[in-house]
Design a protein around this ligand. Structure first.
Ligand code: CP
Ligand code: NVA
Length: 310
């Protein structure tokens, strides 16, 4: 039992107790970091970090996380790896497993990550696919816990595209008993298989998952207003069309006025001011986006320490 040796591909695969374990470990490691206490739980261990898409937070926070845990992270751009020239994922998985103690991957295809995990003999961590972004959503619930003091019964309103962030947030909220209302334009609703998974998990925790079209309906009485970009990485060609379709899906003053007065504003970043969020909302007193970004480091340290435990 426990997380040791496991992969982290989707939050749905984690038990409720494992999610709690990640939250508890994060709190402990963040406190140690703040007190300046050494916490070399992964002394001498290495993490291979494969990137097939751009990244600021994920790349830097994982690399620093490994260093602070006494190990090291290796940045592996797919432009430089043989994987970029067609070496099969299954071969890459088996070779890297002979060198490193864990693999983090950011790529397009979720199935590609599942294949990597099937062939790797070390833990594999999903650092974002087109379908999911579990490390970000675990960070997000940790951040809500820090700011609100509890999670059960809280309401998160997600405004925008039914994308990887919407999916992982539904998974995460379902595990911790938070209600989530996802507002998307018609045709951009989240993946129905993931909605069904989250609803099934939600039955165990009392979490409800609602899908709506009206952002104001989602935002009503919410404790958290969350948004993400209208066009994700890989959707650059759709950018013009999407900026017309998503025009009403913005966190702004009007939307904040229907949420709870003490609602917090969250965004996984990078943000496009004037599109999915106004400058006023992201820079305003209710925004916690930079604490949220910082927490990527602390949550990932917990994930790494638990999965790659000696
Ligand atoms: N939020 C997030 O994953 O940011 P990066 O794309 O910069 O890693
Ligand atoms: N949905 C965004 C998240 C970036 C962290 C993307 O996939 O580009």
């Amino acid at each position: 039992m426990g997380l040791k040796g496991k992969d982290l591909l989707s939050i749905h695969d984690l038990s409720i107790a494992e999610v709690e374990e990640i939250m508890d470990m994060t709190k402990m490691l963040k406190a140690k970091q703040q007190r300046g206490e050494k916490h070399h739980l992964l002394k001498g261990k290495t993490l291979g970090m494969i990137f097939q898409k751009s990244s600021t937070r994920t790349r830097v926070s994982f690399e620093v996380a490994m260093w602070q845990l006494g190990g090291m992270g290796l940045f592996l751009s797919s432009n430089d790896l043989q994987i970029g020239r067609g070496e099969p994922v299954k071969d890459t998985a088996r070779v890297l497993s002979r060198y490193v103690d864990g693999i983090m991957i950011r790529t397009f295809s979720h199935q590609g990550v599942e294949e990597l995990a099937r062939y790797a003999s070390v833990p594999v961590i999903n650092g974002l696919t087109d379908l999911m972004h579990p490390c970000q959503a675990l960070t997000d619930i940790y951040t809500v816990l820090e700011f609100k003091g509890d999670l059960k019964g809280r309401k998160l309103a997600y405004i925008g595209d039914g994308n990887n962030m919407a999916h992982s947030l539904m998974h995460a909220c379902a595990k911790v008993g938070m209600h989530i209302a996802v507002a998307t334009p018609e045709g951009y609703a989240p993946n129905s298989k993931i909605v069904a998974e989250a609803r099934a998990d939600g039955l165990l925790t009392g979490s409800t998952i609602s899908l709506v079209v009206d952002p104001f309906e989602a935002a009503k009485d919410a404790d958290v207003l969350y948004t993400d970009v209208w066009s994700s990485m890989g959707q650059e060609a759709e950018q013009m069309m999407r900026s017309r379709i998503f025009i009403d899906y913005q966190i702004n003053h009007e939307l904040l006025s229907v949420a709870k007065p003490d609602a917090i504003v969250m965004h996984c970043l990078p943000a496009h001011r004037g599109e999915e969020i106004t400058d006023e909302a992201i820079e305003g007193p209710q925004s916690v986006v930079f604490d949220q970004a910082e927490n990527r480091l602390h949550v990932q340290k917990a994930i790494l320490a638990l999965l790659m435990a000696k």
